[in-house]
Design a protein around this ligand. Structure first.
Ligand code: ZN
Ligand code: ZN
Length: 94
């Protein structure tokens, strides 16, 4: 680690890099076991940190579900928008 590239990272990116480093080390030493995707059971799964302050507490998600997990906020909003529209249609009746 170190160098100009590292210095240009945002605090969150730095925290993520540190958390990943610690996790990789823990996996390497067998302290943390790689698991299959907690959603569909696929392997290999990627480690997802809910909290970078707890580098060894991760969820294992396949690339698809990992991406889904990160997009959940946006997808949820979309869902709400669709539901909102449907609700509006119902409420539209005279
Ligand atoms: Zn999956
Ligand atoms: Zn993630």
């Amino acid at each position: 680690m170190g160098g100009a590239a590292y210095a240009s990272l945002t605090p969150e990116q730095k925290a993520r890099a540190i958390a990943r480093g610690k996790l990789n080390l823990a996996v390497y030493h067998g302290r943390v076991k790689r698991q299959s995707c907690e959603v569909c059971g696929a392997t290999p799964a990627e480690a997802h940190h809910d909290d970078y302050g707890k580098p060894l507490e991760v969820r294992w998600l396949c690339p698809t579900h990992h991406r889904d997990h990160h997009q959940k906020g946006a997808a949820h909003e979309q869902d709400q928008a669709i539901r909102g529209r449907a609700g509006a249609a119902v409420l539209d009746r005279p």
